[in-house]
Design a protein around this ligand. Sequence first.
Ligand SMILES: [Zn+2]
Length: 322
Amino acid sequence: MSTREGDPSNYIRKRESRAEHGQTRDLSYPPLPSALVVPCYDNHAHLEIADGDDPLDYLQQLDMASSVGIRGVVQVGGDLETSRWSAEMASKEPRMLAAVAIHPNEAPAYEAAGTLDDAIAEIDELAARPRVRAVGETGLDYFRTDESGRGAQHRSFEAHIEIAKKHDLAMQIHDRDAHAAVLETLMRVGAPERTVFHCFSGDAAMAKLCADNGWYLSFAGTITFKNADNLREALEVIPRDRILVETDAPFLTPIPYRGRPNSPYLVPLTLRFMADHLDTDVSMLAAQVSSNTELVYGSWDAEPVKQGGSPWDAAIDPAELA
Ligand SMILES: [Zn+2]
């Protein structure tokens, strides 16, 4: 029996785009990077979306991630179908935790169909399921949603904030071209205890403001992009205990593979880039980010971790830290 062949029943969407920024994409998966010595996590991925000419399903992607030291993934939904899938898969797969939400660009469509309230009510139910540890991605997107859809977007965002607070879950924010409105909303209604800016896209000043409020910044492959000085400056000014890392797979693949399918096994590329930029050791950064990740989402392990603290303690080679 082969487990290495993509099983179409193990994903529910296929990314169709063959072009990005007007250029034809290379649809092959990048090679495996060398493994991290200190394991880490991917705190935001969409494993229900298969990508590339030869799609990898979620199990293959998790196996590859494990092989390079990525212990677990937060699988993120964006509508009812993907949120149900995320909750269901996380309940069976120890390397997966789930986040559930109606994405800010989906909220207007539900509103137009007259089903936004029902959809939010179902997200509230899904949020109570075991191993659903976050509400997300929710937030505001002024890039893809125009004026006419913003009322629904704001209403949905505020409802999701309430759901996160009610269930004491983390919240993952999608903020595209809407920094001021997202911050204003969080200040006005009060942010959940553990609030994460997924794929942080602001600048150093906004990063500081987020960190000062105790919020987390999750960096994606975009921080490796040539034109992303704002993200590198943001990384420099925040305390290390606010940093998270993600792929947003299958999107936002880090350099030198930009445009190709992304997958959690590529987290080491982004993490190494961040460590280089901070002039620190990648193992130190991985340990810090892992600890941050577990504080935000809890442990991935189905069984409570036994005495001795972090499950990866045994994996630290003191020579590497010397
Ligand atoms: Zn996403």
